[in-house]
Design a protein around this ligand. Structure first.
Ligand code: ACO
Length: 434
């Protein structure tokens, strides 16, 4: 629970009425004005489209300082976790608040492994999709459909049910993701191999075929594990807020996570990784960069420099820096150091970061500017990029959903509005209109 240090008085000059707004302080970061009494005291709402200055909740999970480029999971810097940890350890940390002991980690990964298979009936859902369905459409539908299978463990007020749900969803997301990919290819589904770690198992399910052995490339699973760590959580971003809002109604958690998958899909959010590669291919060569930068600056069009800019990071995105370094490593180890799209991305970054438009608006490469280069290098098709993001972010969504549901003060999320439509008018019979 946050502390309340002082109050901030807001006075309405016209009526003379005032409201005492408590100032809530967290452990780090800006304090927040508690405006809950404002409407009652002064009969006004606050207006903050896009929630640029609104703290919708207290949270203990992730902290971001956008000016300093700081990202902490449960207090631990992302750079340290990226270097020393694993995705499963980070998942434990985000869900349970502390780094696990060896025994705790073994037990946790055992619980995840136990749930990797999909019910065969659920697997058949994929056959209802056309072969060219976008994998995100299949993933959101199949995740929502999971609620039809686990009636026995869906009491959101039962901590053990919530725990089983969290193991199930984290375990099954890679299987669902891989099944969506296999369906697009017309290849048979590949069952999980539980002796593999989380990222390696996903690569196995994506790329193995029944007629020949699949040789896992350790650099591919190392890179994927790193990308999963970096994408695992990002405090109250659009998809996480969607999960919280949907979950705040008491909807079952599979429905809430499916809502998060849908929100992630948009190109302003998780869909950016797919859009970046499309953009790089569209640009094609260094000579065409100036033309595309001009398009990105032109307010009369819709073209934006995908993978650039962030609502919170206004200096650099620490995740982008880690991924850029990993790009070099992956491409060198795969013998593709002269990858033309990566070269183009590096040049685009260099040119944009010297351009007054991007400098003055503090637009820097975000987490998704380089992630697609790595996914492509390890053979993951572009349509699957956002699905990869969803696999990783499921951990963050679950951690936030758990935090919200276990808060005794939880209320349904229900924003208000500034109404600008027609004032009251009388219904006109159709014969008398026009
Ligand atoms: N290319 C060109 N101009 C941009 C870009 C961009 N990528 N991003 C922001 N701007 C401009 C805006 O036009 C605006 O200019 P103005 O002040 O002249 O009107 C200014 O920068 C501020 O931009 P906003 O849209 O107000 O910033 P907001 O915080 O609302 O949006 C967002 C952030 C959605 C990430 C935006 O930068 C964007 O669309 N980026 C491209 C998509 C992308 O990479 N998304 C992934 C984000 S990371 C993630 O979700 C995992």
């Amino acid at each position: 629970m946050s502390g309340k240090t002082e109050t901030f008085e807001l006075r309405d000059g016209a009526s003379g009425r005032s409201s005492q707004l408590p100032v809530r302080t967290g452990t780090i970061g800006p304090a927040a004005l508690d405006i809950a009494g404002l409407h009652k005291d002064l009969d006004v709402f606050t207006y903050d489209p896009g929630f640029g200055a609104t703290a919708a909740t207290e949270s203990r999970i992730t902290y971001i300082d956008g000016d300093a480029g700081v990202l902490l999971y449960r207090g631990y810097p992302i750079e340290q976790l990226a270097e020393k940890s694993s995705f499963m350890e980070v998942a434990y940390l985000l869900l349970l608040g502390e780094l696990p002991t060896s025994r705790q980690l073994e037990e946790f990964t055992g619980n995840i492994r136990y749930h990797t298979m999909l019910n065969e009936t659920l697997l058949r859902f994929f056959n209802g999709f056309h072969h060219n369905a976008h994998p995100m459409a299949m993933v959101s539908a199949v995740v929502a459909s999971m609620s039809a299978f686990y009636h026995d463990t869906m009491d959101i007020h039962n901590p053990r049910h919530r725990e089983i749900f969290s193991h199930r969803i984290i375990a099954k997301l890679p299987t669902i993701a891989a099944a969506a990919h296999k369906h697009s290819l017309g290849q048979p589904f590949i069952y999980p191999r539980n002796e593999l770690d989380y990222a390696a198992n996903l690569l196995h399910m994506l790329f193995a075929v029944p007629c020949e052995a699949y040789k896992l490339d350790p650099i591919a699973s190392e890179a994927l594990d790193l990308l999963f760590i970096l994408h695992a959580d990002h405090e109250q971003n659009a998809s996480t807020s969607t999960v919280r809002l949907a979950g705040s109604t008491g909807a079952n958690p599979y429905a809430a996570i499916s809502a998060g998958v849908s929100a992630l899909w948009g190109p302003a959010h998780g869909g950016a990784n797919e859009a970046v590669l499309a953009m790089l291919e569209q640009i094609g060569s260094v000579d065409h960069i100036p033309k595309h930068l001009a398009m990105a600056k032109d307010k009369s069009g819709h073209f934006r420099l995908m993978g650039f800019g962030h609502r919170v990071y206004k200096n650099f995105d620490p995740r982008a820096q880690i991924i850029r370094a990993m790009c070099h490593k992956v491409l060198a180890r795969l013998g593709r150091a002269d990858n033309p799209l990566f070269e183009l991305a590096l040049r685009l970054e260099e040119i944009a970061l010297k351009d007054e438009y991007f400098v003055s608006r503090k637009l820097y490469p975000n987490v998704d500017f380089y992630s697609g280069v790595i996914y492509s290098a390890i053979g993951i098709p572009r349509s699957m990029f956002t699905v990869m993001f969803a696999v990783a972010r499921t951990v963050g969504w679950v951690a936030h959903w758990q935090e919200m549901i276990s808060d005794p003060g939880m209320r349904i999320g229900r924003p208000r509005q500034l109404y600008t439509g027609a004032t009251r008018r009388e219904y006109l019979e159709i014969a008398r209109r026009g």
